[in-house]
Design a protein around this ligand. Sequence first.
Ligand code: ME8
Length: 542
Amino acid sequence: MKDTFYITTPIYYTNWVPHIGHSYTSLICDVITRYNKISGKQVKFCTWVDENSQKALQSAEEANMKIEPYLDMMADKHKAVWDWLGIEYTDFIRTTEPRHHEFVREVLQKSFDNGDIYEWEYEGMYCVWCEAFKKDDDLVFLNKTSKETFPISPKVKESDNIIKVCPDHLKTPDIIKEKNYFFKLSKYEDKLKKLYKDRPDFVMPSDRFNEVIAFTDRWLEDFSISRETNTFGIKLPFDESQVTYVWYDALFNYLTVCEKPHLTPTLSYEEREKLQKESSAFWPADLHVVGKDIIRFHAIYWPAMLMSAGYELPKNILTTWFFTVDGQKISKSLGNVIDPVEFTQKYSKDLLNLYLLSSFNIWQDWDFDQSQAVLTYNAKLANNLGNLVNRVVVLSLKLDENAGKLDWKISNTDMLQMRIAMVELSKEHMKQYDLKWAIDAMFTFLSVLNKYTDETQPWNLLKTNQEEAREVLYALAEWLRQVWLCLYPFFPEKMSEMFEKLWLEWYRESLENWWLKELQDRQETFHIKEKWNNLFERIEVE
Ligand code: ME8
């Protein structure tokens, strides 16, 4: 088997259809996967739905449906969004699948046998919508009349109008007193600290990692892994009256796909063995991409749970920040949810990809602004890239001899060096999962190419020196080819179309067969046969 690359999205809840925030995470995974695939890796890109939850039950009830058809419907809706957006996952897993239940019970039993899981009477506040126990510090006051929230302080008294709520869901947590099983996180404190020291890039970006480390330094409390009152989910193998919830259930899905591949009964023994071996080769995962809301669970609970069950740890965790819309948290109740399908139907997938990946640093919260998205698209794809492509096409067709055929070598060594530097820079950024930098490097290079075109004025050269005009146009076409190769993971459809138009219709297949480097190292002959329609039409800002 080739080098493997395994990447995961979070396991999304199914009580809603993915919105623009979920799409952001999935899109990052998609681009990183494509890059690794064309660079020669055997990729596994898993996305999923987190189904065994109380909130799924509540949502099914609200929809007046039985839980099974509700979950089937929501899983289909999730898949439909990803398929529409062109997210090319290799596996879509549901946590209600029997193979997952079987696997979670196996790991729970291992940790129980190790003495890492124990029983305890627990009393506390529980937010069903977060699926998490809460402490006073985690809550805020809500003024029911003004709908304002503010920090809890001893100076303010609770009343009918001032209530304590979860800041994310603005709902009062339930008070719960029940028998729970707990995971002995405290036992793993030293091992976690050693992990963070030995692997300084375990969590990226570093600011988030520092927060995780600071949290671990302050306080590592054992956490509850089961509920007595939950009825839906995976039963504990050592106490069937309890159901595990959220973290054991959801996180281990990342491993289920490696440890328990789909083995259909028609497979022979040898085929099963082979599949099993191939799947397990993907663990440890190369990258979990998660939002800042769940980084502690991934960076603290998850490694400890894996150590306890005897598995290797994932290599990296990339953390994204959050989008707001009109400065507000995205929420169904506020009615500000942006549906990525509607959005891309109205504008385009290229516009969404460009805006999400080039406008936002992943280490900052950002406001999603539709007008800004259009302006970014017009400036970068329509003007910077689209106009340059049009110029090269139109001018090449005006060459006297062999119009549209460009087969000269680049003689300008400075420019050749610049091209090599640009490709190397893009590669470095992609390896670091710095998608914004990778894409920015391309558009900066395109600005340089536009400037070069203005300076060399090939439209004048066509009248005075055809040979020089051909050389300039060849250089531009060759640099564009390199830019398209670097932009391919971001805009696979459009870049393939561009290659086709330059007589390079075999590029897509070659890229999908891992040939990025070979294509980057080639020097091509281009054949432009006709004027093209603009591939990136300008969009009017509303
Ligand atoms: O937390 N901006 O699932 P979930 C950016 N099932 N990203 C956003 C976002 C926003 N406004 N809103 C959501 C769960 N996301 C658990 C995970 S994993 C073992 C279990 C993205 O459906 C972001 O990646 O609430 C966030 O971490 C994830 O969706 C939460 O998805």
